[in-house]
Design a binder for this molecule. Structure first.
Ligand code: AMP
Ligand code: FE
Ligand code: FE
Ligand code: ZN
Length: 278
Protein backbone atom coordinates (compact mmCIF):
# COMPACT_ATOMS: atom_id res chain seq x y z
CA UNK A 1 0.00 0.00 0.00
CA UNK A 2 1.46 3.28 -1.17
CA UNK A 3 0.86 6.87 -0.08
CA UNK A 4 1.96 10.32 -1.24
CA UNK A 5 1.75 12.96 1.46
CA UNK A 6 3.01 16.01 -0.44
CA UNK A 7 0.99 17.14 -3.48
CA UNK A 8 0.25 20.56 -5.00
CA UNK A 9 -2.80 21.48 -7.07
CA UNK A 10 -4.07 24.42 -9.13
CA UNK A 11 -5.07 26.05 -5.84
CA UNK A 12 -1.38 27.00 -5.53
CA UNK A 13 1.35 26.30 -8.09
CA UNK A 14 0.37 22.84 -9.32
CA UNK A 15 -1.04 22.23 -12.78
CA UNK A 16 -3.70 19.60 -11.95
CA UNK A 17 -6.98 20.42 -10.25
CA UNK A 18 -7.77 18.62 -6.97
CA UNK A 19 -10.28 16.34 -8.69
CA UNK A 20 -7.70 15.45 -11.36
CA UNK A 21 -5.20 14.62 -8.61
CA UNK A 22 -7.69 12.18 -7.09
CA UNK A 23 -8.20 10.55 -10.48
CA UNK A 24 -4.46 10.27 -11.17
CA UNK A 25 -3.81 8.95 -7.66
CA UNK A 26 -6.43 6.26 -8.18
CA UNK A 27 -4.88 5.29 -11.52
CA UNK A 28 -1.44 5.16 -9.90
CA UNK A 29 -2.75 2.80 -7.23
CA UNK A 30 -2.08 5.13 -4.31
CA UNK A 31 -4.06 4.17 -1.21
CA UNK A 32 -3.72 7.51 0.50
CA UNK A 33 -2.76 11.04 -0.50
CA UNK A 34 -2.50 14.43 1.16
CA UNK A 35 -3.13 17.67 -0.70
CA UNK A 36 -0.60 20.16 0.65
CA UNK A 37 -0.99 23.37 -1.30
CA UNK A 38 1.18 26.33 -0.42
CA UNK A 39 -0.65 28.61 2.05
CA UNK A 40 -4.18 27.54 1.09
CA UNK A 41 -6.84 24.89 1.75
CA UNK A 42 -9.07 26.05 -1.12
CA UNK A 43 -8.30 22.93 -3.17
CA UNK A 44 -9.70 20.83 -0.34
CA UNK A 45 -12.70 23.12 0.02
CA UNK A 46 -13.61 22.69 -3.66
CA UNK A 47 -13.59 18.90 -3.22
CA UNK A 48 -16.30 19.21 -0.59
CA UNK A 49 -18.85 20.01 -3.26
CA UNK A 50 -17.90 17.06 -5.47
CA UNK A 51 -18.84 13.40 -5.17
CA UNK A 52 -16.35 11.60 -2.91
CA UNK A 53 -13.74 9.42 -4.54
CA UNK A 54 -13.88 6.02 -2.85
CA UNK A 55 -10.59 4.48 -3.89
CA UNK A 56 -8.12 6.85 -2.34
CA UNK A 57 -8.08 8.17 1.21
CA UNK A 58 -7.58 11.93 1.35
CA UNK A 59 -5.78 13.67 4.20
CA UNK A 60 -6.43 17.41 4.51
CA UNK A 61 -3.08 19.17 4.45
CA UNK A 62 -1.25 22.41 3.80
CA UNK A 63 2.33 23.59 3.24
CA UNK A 64 3.12 26.92 4.88
CA UNK A 65 6.01 29.07 3.71
CA UNK A 66 7.76 30.56 6.71
CA UNK A 67 10.87 32.66 6.81
CA UNK A 68 14.09 33.09 8.66
CA UNK A 69 16.57 35.75 7.49
CA UNK A 70 18.51 33.33 5.26
CA UNK A 71 16.43 30.15 5.00
CA UNK A 72 12.90 29.63 3.81
CA UNK A 73 11.32 26.94 5.95
CA UNK A 74 8.28 25.02 4.75
CA UNK A 75 6.02 23.50 7.36
CA UNK A 76 3.38 20.93 6.49
CA UNK A 77 0.16 20.55 8.47
CA UNK A 78 -1.78 17.27 8.33
CA UNK A 79 -5.33 16.55 9.49
CA UNK A 80 -6.05 20.25 9.91
CA UNK A 81 -9.63 21.44 10.26
CA UNK A 82 -9.96 23.32 6.96
CA UNK A 83 -12.81 25.42 8.39
CA UNK A 84 -10.93 26.48 11.52
CA UNK A 85 -11.59 30.24 12.01
CA UNK A 86 -8.05 31.32 13.00
CA UNK A 87 -6.61 29.33 10.10
CA UNK A 88 -9.11 30.81 7.64
CA UNK A 89 -8.30 34.30 8.89
CA UNK A 90 -4.53 33.83 8.48
CA UNK A 91 -4.85 32.29 5.03
CA UNK A 92 -6.86 35.31 3.90
CA UNK A 93 -4.08 37.65 5.01
CA UNK A 94 -1.43 35.52 3.32
CA UNK A 95 -3.35 35.39 0.01
CA UNK A 96 -3.97 39.14 -0.04
CA UNK A 97 -0.34 39.96 0.61
CA UNK A 98 0.76 37.57 -2.13
CA UNK A 99 -1.27 39.66 -4.61
CA UNK A 100 0.48 42.84 -3.45
CA UNK A 101 3.79 41.04 -3.73
CA UNK A 102 3.12 39.80 -7.28
CA UNK A 103 2.26 43.37 -8.29
CA UNK A 104 5.45 44.70 -6.68
CA UNK A 105 7.49 41.96 -8.34
CA UNK A 106 6.15 43.00 -11.74
CA UNK A 107 7.19 46.62 -11.00
CA UNK A 108 10.64 45.52 -9.91
CA UNK A 109 10.99 43.45 -13.09
CA UNK A 110 10.02 46.49 -15.18
CA UNK A 111 12.85 48.45 -13.60
CA UNK A 112 15.18 45.61 -14.51
CA UNK A 113 13.99 45.73 -18.14
CA UNK A 114 11.51 42.85 -18.15
CA UNK A 115 8.09 43.84 -19.34
CA UNK A 116 5.30 41.58 -18.15
CA UNK A 117 1.94 42.63 -16.76
CA UNK A 118 0.34 41.92 -13.41
CA UNK A 119 -2.86 40.98 -15.26
CA UNK A 120 -0.97 38.34 -17.22
CA UNK A 121 0.49 36.88 -14.03
CA UNK A 122 -3.01 36.65 -12.56
CA UNK A 123 -4.34 35.05 -15.74
CA UNK A 124 -1.57 32.45 -15.60
CA UNK A 125 -2.37 31.82 -11.93
CA UNK A 126 -5.84 31.04 -13.25
CA UNK A 127 -7.78 31.58 -10.07
CA UNK A 128 -5.22 29.99 -7.76
CA UNK A 129 -5.67 31.25 -4.22
CA UNK A 130 -1.92 31.32 -3.74
CA UNK A 131 -0.25 33.47 -6.37
CA UNK A 132 3.47 32.86 -6.29
CA UNK A 133 6.81 33.19 -7.93
CA UNK A 134 6.16 30.23 -10.26
CA UNK A 135 3.30 32.21 -11.87
CA UNK A 136 5.57 35.23 -12.36
CA UNK A 137 8.25 32.94 -13.75
CA UNK A 138 5.76 31.43 -16.19
CA UNK A 139 4.90 34.93 -17.47
CA UNK A 140 8.60 35.62 -18.05
CA UNK A 141 9.00 32.32 -19.90
CA UNK A 142 5.93 33.03 -22.00
CA UNK A 143 7.34 36.46 -22.94
CA UNK A 144 10.49 34.73 -24.16
CA UNK A 145 12.94 36.17 -21.65
CA UNK A 146 14.04 32.76 -20.37
CA UNK A 147 13.86 29.14 -21.40
CA UNK A 148 13.60 27.42 -18.01
CA UNK A 149 12.01 28.01 -14.62
CA UNK A 150 15.29 27.16 -12.93
CA UNK A 151 16.98 29.96 -14.87
CA UNK A 152 14.33 32.54 -13.87
CA UNK A 153 14.73 31.59 -10.22
CA UNK A 154 18.52 31.62 -10.21
CA UNK A 155 18.74 34.90 -12.19
CA UNK A 156 15.87 36.88 -10.70
CA UNK A 157 13.41 35.37 -8.25
CA UNK A 158 15.54 33.38 -5.79
CA UNK A 159 15.37 34.53 -2.19
CA UNK A 160 17.12 37.92 -1.97
CA UNK A 161 17.70 37.85 -5.76
CA UNK A 162 17.33 41.02 -7.92
CA UNK A 163 13.55 40.68 -8.42
CA UNK A 164 12.76 39.00 -5.10
CA UNK A 165 10.00 40.62 -3.11
CA UNK A 166 9.23 39.14 0.30
CA UNK A 167 5.65 38.59 1.36
CA UNK A 168 3.93 38.42 4.70
CA UNK A 169 4.68 35.13 6.40
CA UNK A 170 4.19 33.70 9.84
CA UNK A 171 7.25 32.71 11.84
CA UNK A 172 7.96 28.97 12.10
CA UNK A 173 6.76 29.02 15.73
CA UNK A 174 3.49 30.81 14.93
CA UNK A 175 2.93 28.40 12.03
CA UNK A 176 3.45 25.33 14.20
CA UNK A 177 1.04 26.74 16.78
CA UNK A 178 -1.57 27.63 14.18
CA UNK A 179 -1.44 24.11 12.73
CA UNK A 180 -1.85 22.60 16.20
CA UNK A 181 -4.70 25.00 17.03
CA UNK A 182 -6.43 23.82 13.86
CA UNK A 183 -6.12 20.23 15.10
CA UNK A 184 -3.26 19.37 12.77
CA UNK A 185 0.16 17.75 13.04
CA UNK A 186 3.07 20.05 12.16
CA UNK A 187 5.78 18.44 10.03
CA UNK A 188 9.00 20.03 8.80
CA UNK A 189 8.96 19.74 5.00
CA UNK A 190 12.04 18.58 3.04
CA UNK A 191 14.65 19.28 5.75
CA UNK A 192 17.32 18.61 3.14
CA UNK A 193 16.28 21.76 1.29
CA UNK A 194 16.54 24.00 4.37
CA UNK A 195 20.25 24.28 3.72
CA UNK A 196 21.46 24.17 7.32
CA UNK A 197 20.87 21.33 9.76
CA UNK A 198 21.28 23.66 12.74
CA UNK A 199 18.13 25.42 11.52
CA UNK A 200 16.46 22.02 11.22
CA UNK A 201 17.32 21.31 14.87
CA UNK A 202 16.11 24.76 15.94
CA UNK A 203 12.80 24.19 14.15
CA UNK A 204 12.37 20.78 15.79
CA UNK A 205 12.91 22.47 19.15
CA UNK A 206 9.98 24.79 18.42
CA UNK A 207 7.57 21.88 18.65
CA UNK A 208 7.62 20.18 15.26
CA UNK A 209 5.85 16.81 15.49
CA UNK A 210 7.09 15.13 12.34
CA UNK A 211 9.87 15.17 9.77
CA UNK A 212 9.45 14.75 6.01
CA UNK A 213 12.21 12.16 5.74
CA UNK A 214 11.27 10.93 2.26
CA UNK A 215 11.43 13.53 -0.52
CA UNK A 216 12.67 13.30 -4.12
CA UNK A 217 15.43 15.83 -3.42
CA UNK A 218 16.88 13.81 -0.52
CA UNK A 219 19.81 11.54 -1.35
CA UNK A 220 19.81 8.07 0.27
CA UNK A 221 22.40 9.33 2.75
CA UNK A 222 20.28 12.34 3.73
CA UNK A 223 17.19 10.16 4.02
CA UNK A 224 19.01 7.81 6.39
CA UNK A 225 20.27 10.75 8.42
CA UNK A 226 16.82 12.33 8.79
CA UNK A 227 15.27 8.97 9.63
CA UNK A 228 17.70 8.72 12.52
CA UNK A 229 16.99 12.31 13.54
CA UNK A 230 13.24 11.58 13.58
CA UNK A 231 13.86 8.55 15.80
CA UNK A 232 16.08 10.52 18.16
CA UNK A 233 13.45 13.22 18.61
CA UNK A 234 10.49 10.81 18.54
CA UNK A 235 8.97 12.51 15.49
CA UNK A 236 6.48 11.07 13.03
CA UNK A 237 8.12 10.13 9.71
CA UNK A 238 6.41 11.36 6.54
CA UNK A 239 7.21 11.69 2.86
CA UNK A 240 5.85 12.62 -0.50
CA UNK A 241 6.62 13.52 -4.08
CA UNK A 242 6.14 17.32 -3.89
CA UNK A 243 4.22 16.79 -7.12
CA UNK A 244 3.45 20.03 -8.98
CA UNK A 245 2.30 18.47 -12.23
CA UNK A 246 4.80 20.08 -14.52
CA UNK A 247 8.11 18.66 -15.51
CA UNK A 248 11.33 19.81 -14.00
CA UNK A 249 12.13 19.70 -10.35
CA UNK A 250 9.88 16.95 -9.07
CA UNK A 251 8.35 13.71 -10.38
CA UNK A 252 6.11 14.29 -13.38
CA UNK A 253 3.63 11.53 -12.64
CA UNK A 254 1.82 10.71 -9.45
CA UNK A 255 2.94 7.33 -8.17
CA UNK A 256 6.54 7.74 -9.38
CA UNK A 257 7.55 8.59 -5.82
CA UNK A 258 5.64 7.16 -2.90
CA UNK A 259 5.99 6.10 0.72
CA UNK A 260 4.50 3.14 2.62
CA UNK A 261 0.89 3.89 3.59
CA UNK A 262 1.70 2.49 7.06
CA UNK A 263 3.40 5.83 7.84
CA UNK A 264 -0.04 7.43 7.91
CA UNK A 265 -1.14 5.38 10.95
CA UNK A 266 1.03 7.25 13.39
CA UNK A 267 0.06 10.64 11.96
CA UNK A 268 -3.61 9.78 12.24
CA UNK A 269 -3.19 8.57 15.80
CA UNK A 270 -1.35 11.73 16.76
CA UNK A 271 -4.12 13.88 15.28
CA UNK A 272 -6.73 11.80 17.06
CA UNK A 273 -4.98 12.14 20.44
CA UNK A 274 -4.72 15.87 19.92
CA UNK A 275 -8.49 16.38 19.54
CA UNK A 276 -9.86 18.50 22.36
CA UNK A 277 -11.83 16.53 24.95
CA UNK A 278 -15.55 17.20 24.67
P1 AMP B 1 6.56 31.58 -3.47
O1 AMP B 1 5.84 30.74 -2.46
O2 AMP B 1 5.67 32.44 -4.24
O3 AMP B 1 7.72 32.33 -2.85
O4 AMP B 1 7.20 30.59 -4.52
C1 AMP B 1 7.92 29.49 -4.09
C2 AMP B 1 7.63 28.29 -4.97
O5 AMP B 1 8.37 28.43 -6.16
C3 AMP B 1 8.10 26.99 -4.38
O6 AMP B 1 7.11 26.40 -3.60
C4 AMP B 1 8.40 26.16 -5.57
O7 AMP B 1 7.27 25.45 -6.00
C5 AMP B 1 8.79 27.17 -6.62
N1 AMP B 1 10.25 27.23 -6.79
C6 AMP B 1 11.17 27.59 -5.88
N2 AMP B 1 12.42 27.54 -6.41
C7 AMP B 1 12.27 27.10 -7.67
C8 AMP B 1 13.16 26.81 -8.76
N3 AMP B 1 14.48 26.96 -8.63
N4 AMP B 1 12.63 26.39 -9.91
C9 AMP B 1 11.31 26.23 -10.06
N5 AMP B 1 10.41 26.49 -9.09
C10 AMP B 1 10.87 26.91 -7.92
FE1 FE C 1 5.58 24.92 -5.10
FE1 FE D 1 8.18 23.05 -0.11
ZN1 ZN E 1 5.71 21.45 -1.74
Amino acid sequence: MKADLHIHTTASDGTLAPQEILEEATKAGLACIALTDHDTVDGLLTLHDLPQQQDVALIPGIEFSTDLPVNEIHILGYYIDIHHPALTQQLKLLAADRLRRADNTVSKLKQLGYSISYERVLAIAGGASTVGRPHVAAALLEAGYFTSMAEVFSELLRKNGPAYVPHYKLTPLATIELIKDAGGIAVLAHPGLVGDDRVVLDTIALGIQGLEVYHPKHTPALTAMYLKLAETHDLAVTGGSDFHGKGGRFPERLGDFSVPAALVDRLRQMAWRQLPAT
